[in-house]
Design a binder for this molecule. Sequence first.
Ligand code: TYD
Ligand code: MG
Length: 456
Amino acid sequence: MAKVKTTYFCQNCGHQSPKWLGRCPSCGDWNTFVEELIEKEDKNEKGSWRVSTTQKVLNKPKAITEITYSEQPRTITKDKELNRVLGGGIVPGSMVLIGGEPGIGKSTLMLQIALSLPSRVLYVSGEESEQQIKMRAERMTTKGDNCFILSETSTHNIFKQIEQFEPDILVIDSIQTLQSNLIESAAGSVSQVRECTAELMKYAKESGTPVFMIGHITKEGTLAGPKVLEHMVDTVLQFEGDRHMAYRILRTTKNRFGSTSELGIYEMQGSGLREVSNPSEILISQREEELSGSTIGAMLEGNRPLLIEIQSLVSPATYGTPQRSSTGFDAKRLNMLLAVLEKRGGIRLGVQDVFLNIAGGLKVEDPAIDLAVCASIVSSYEDISIPHTTCFAAEVGLGGEVRAVNRIENRISEAEKLGFKEIYISKYNTKGLDFKQFNIRVHAVAKLEEIFAQIL
Ligand code: TYD
Ligand code: MG
C-alpha cells in the first residue's frame, strides 16, 4: 500500500517545505505555499519512462580522457529563425522549453514547425482536441504529412504511445496540462510540472529524441509557477510580442548548446507565422513625406542589428499636469531624457505633453536608442522634420553627453545596407573605426547640442 504524503510547495519558485509558511524563505514571496499531495509509489511502477530497465545500470566514474563522444548532427529545420535561436538546429536528445503568454502563438509556432519537418513528429496536445489542431493546420500554408497528433494528458499513456510509435521529435503542448500518475496533485501544480518534466527529460536523454515543451507564462512574466523548470531543461525560448500587433520575437534566454543572445522574428498572419529575415525593412514605415517627431534608431536585438522608427508627439499640456506616455520604451528612461533635454538643451518640456511610440509594437531596452528618442522629441517640439535618410546610434548620459555603444560597426553597416545616407554616433565610438569602409556619412558627436545645431 502506497503511503500518502503531503508537502507544501511555493507556487512561485517551487521551494518545498513540510509545513505551511507565510513567506517563502527562498524567493521571499508571501502567501504562495499550497499543500500538494504526493504519493510515493513503488519506484518500479510503470508510468514514468522505462524506470525499471534503466536502474539496473550502475554508473562508474570515468577519466575525462577516456570518454568518447561522437558529434551528433543537428536537425536543421526549414525555419531559419528557429535554427538561429537554437544555436544552429535541433540537438538530438535536447529538451527545449517554449514560454509565452496565452494567445501569443506558441501552439501555432510548434505546429508549423512540426508540419515542416521531414522526420516523424508526435505532437501531444493536452489543450486542444485533434479536430481543433486539424482546423489550425488547415489555415496554415505549411503542409506536411509526417506530423502525428495525440490528444492526451497522462504521461503514462503518452509514454505507452511513444514506445510503440517511436517519434523522431516530440512536442508537448503544454507542460501545465500534463499529469503523472506518480503524483496525486492537480495538473499545473509545481510538483506535477516538475515530475512530468523530469519524466520527459529522462525520455529525451535516453532515447536521444528532442523534446519541445510549451509552457505558459503568468501575468508577472514568469513561467507559471515552476521557475524550477527553467533550470531542468537545456534551452529556454521566450515567445513574446504585443498580442494586438503582428510581430513576434522568439528569444533565447538559456541555451546549453549555443549563445543566449540570439533572436528570431516572425509575423503572425492569417495563414500562420511568417519568418521575417530582414526586420528593419518592415519596422520602418514606408512614408512619402517627412514628418516631424519621427526618427530612426539603430539598435541591437541580441546579435542582430535592427533599425526601428521612433515617433513622438510633443504638444502643450491642456491640463494641469503634463502627460508622459510611452509605448515600447521605458517610461522612467523617457522622463530622464526629458529632464536632460530641459536642463542641458534648455527646451521647456515641463509644460508639454509627451507621447512616445516605438513602431511595430517592439519593446526596446538597448540604450543606443536614446539619441534617436531625444532627436525625435526635439524634432516634434520644434516641428522640424529630420530627413528620413538619417539615423542615430548612441546613448545619452545625464550630462547631455553622447556616449559610446557596443558593436557600432554592425549598426553602421546595417544602416548602410538599408540605404541610409547619414548616421550620428558618439565621438567616443570612433576609436579604430575606419569611416572610409562605409558608404554612409558618419557624424561623430560628443554633446547633444552639436547634433541639434546641425540638423535643426
Ligand atoms: P496560439 O498558437 O493558439 O497561442 P498560444 O498557444 O500561445 O496560446 O495562437 C493564437 C492566436 O494566433 C489567435 O489569436 C489566432 C492567431 N492565429 C493567426 O493569426 N493566424 C493563424 O494562422 C493561426 C493558426 C492563429
Ligand atoms: Mg496553445
